[in-house]
Design a protein. Structure first.
Ligand SMILES: Nc1ncnc2c1ncn2[C@@H]1O[C@H](COP(=O)(O)OP(=O)(O)O)[C@@H](O)[C@H]1O
Ligand SMILES: [Mg+2]
Lengths: 243, 213
């Protein structure tokens, strides 16, 4: 049994079908990179995995359990499947440590002290031990995104979803975030990451899925998919992002 | 008999100002609770709650405050219940404040970007936790200038209480004017006291506008 099982999944917004019969699975400890043009359904697929979007057809199982959308099930799901967004989405009225400690305290029901210990541990993992009290507005984009990663890790999820987490960053700040992701990958955290950083995907991902018009068009080991694309769509896509 | 305007009159007017502040505080306290509930209900997934809250806001925004207070004071008293002027004004002003604050805060809640709501969802928060920890703290800050602007309106609005005989600042001025007939001095003083209450609020609002989130 795989940690994530996506089985003939479809998702529509009104009459517009965005995900078309997608099937794939992700093993525990695996890093799956999802690439593809804007509008091909990458974000939607990712958002289905933590229940931010409800699926319309097919099945979705996390650790063998079908994803359902009642309140309690969603809360459990989101403790296991955490997400990091392109625009960080930190809470601007809270310091870095409070941003990270909030979910352990509220969702994890820990005492304030214990939740802060977790926050300090997680901020350490992303290299921000000196920024406990900094507010998001005082941090660079790269630092904010690392706080956001720490916040997602703080509930000790089994799966981390990352949606173009370096796309909003100035080029010189991308590296520090990718380094954190590389570290998490080598620690064995299961990740599904949507990215335009092809070189990073090739290096850090175990497998790459190329999405095209709502379908998984090619999928396989990172080296093969990126190094030896089979379809003209993927060839054109790679040419356009690498050029 | 026309009397001199004396220090005693000043004290009487100042005492009236005290009741104005008390009335404002009461209306603000209950109005904030009502306003918060209305603001939250207006985002409710339940259409009935949403419409009910919206209607309440529109009614108390659309009907003059004095009419509401007269309805409570004379209307309920006519029904045989004894309502004091303070009670009638407190209820009327609280409803008035609740409606306006509810509308201000609803706007502020809706102004918080969708990504903030999603960030809270992704952390596993319930709808109430999302409001309590992620959305409301930001919305309340965002709404501060408008909220304080409304409190200034509320301070002035309490003068309506004079019309049911509650001796707040305005009524105290009328009483003193009735015996001294020195209208310019009396209402000049009343005006200055209203200003003295409201100016610090306006300055506070300016200061808060300059604080970034
Ligand atoms: N909330 C939504 N409502 C309607 N259409 C949406 C919504 N979110 C995404 N879409 C549409 O779904 C398609 C796929 O979007 P998305 O998953 O964001 O693609 P990607 O992340 O690959 O750029 C696009 O055509 C987009 O316009
Ligand atoms: Mg996207």
């Amino acid at each position: 049994m795989s940690l994530i099982e996506i089985d003939h999944l479809s998702k529509s917004y009104g009459a517009h079908q965005v995900i078309k019969d997608v099937s794939l699975s992700v093993e525990a400890g695996e890093v799956l990179a999802v690439i593809g043009r804007s509008g091909s359904g990458k974000s939607t697929l990712l958002r289905c995995l933590n229940g931010l979007e409800q699926i319309n057809g097919g099945a979705l199982r996390i650790d063998g359990r079908a994803v359902t959308y009642d309140k309690r099930a969603l809360r459990q799901l989101r403790k296991r499947v955490a997400m990091v967004f392109q625009s960080y989405n930190l809470f601007p009225h809270m310091s870095a440590q409070d941003n990270v400690a909030l979910a352990p305290r509220i969702v994890g029901k820990l005492e304030r002290k214990a939740s802060l210990d977790i926050a300090h541990e997680m901020l350490g993992r992303v290299g921000l031990s000196d920024k406990h009290d900094a507010y998001p507005r005082d941090l660079s984009g790269g630092q904010q995104q690392r706080v956001a990663i720490a916040r997602a890790l703080a509930v000790r999820p089994e799966i981390l979803l990352l949606d173009e987490v370096t796309a909003a960053l100035d080029p010189e700040l991308v590296g520090e975030v990718l380094k954190v992701l590389g570290d998490l990958a080598s620690e064995g955290l299961t990740m599904v990451l949507v990215t335009h950083e092809i070189a990073f995907a090739r290096k850090a991902a175990s497998r790459v899925a190329f999405m095209h018009e709502g379908r998984v068009h090619e999928i396989g080991p990172a080296q093969d998919v990126i190094g030896n694309p089979q379809t003209p769509e993927l060839q054109r896509f790679l040419a356009s992002v690498i050029a | 008999m026309i009397r001199e305007f004396t220090l005693n009159h000043v004290w009487f007017i100042l005492a009236g100002a005290g009741w104005t502040i008390l009335l404002t505080a009461i209306a603000l306290f209950f109005g904030s609770i009502l306003g918060l509930v209305l603001a939250i209900l207006r985002q409710s997934p339940n259409a009935i709650l949403r419409v009910a809250a919206g209607s309440l806001v529109r009614i108390f925004q659309g009907v003059p405050l004095v009419v509401v207070i007269f309805m409570i004071y004379f209307g309920i008293a006519g029904g045989g219940l004894n309502v004091s002027p303070l009670m009638a004004c407190s209820i009327g002003l609280s409803l008035f404040a609740g409606a306006f604050l509810g509308e201000i805060w609803r706007g502020a809640i809706q102004a918080i970007p969708a990504q903030q709501w999603e960030a809270a969802d992704a952390l596993g928060f319930t709808a109430l936790e999302r409001l309590r920890y992620a959305i409301l703290p930001q919305a309340i800050r965002l709404s501060m200038p408008a909220t304080i602007g409304f409190i200034v309106q509320l301070v002035k609005g309490t003068s309506v209480a004079s019309m049911v005989g509650y001796v707040e600042l305005m009524r105290a001025g009328q009483v003193v004017n009735g015996s001294t007939f020195d209208s310019f001095t009396v209402f000049g003083l009343v005006a200055l006291i209203y200003l003295a209450i409201n100016l610090p609020l306006s300055f506070l609002s300016k200061r808060i506008e300059q604080v970034k989130l």
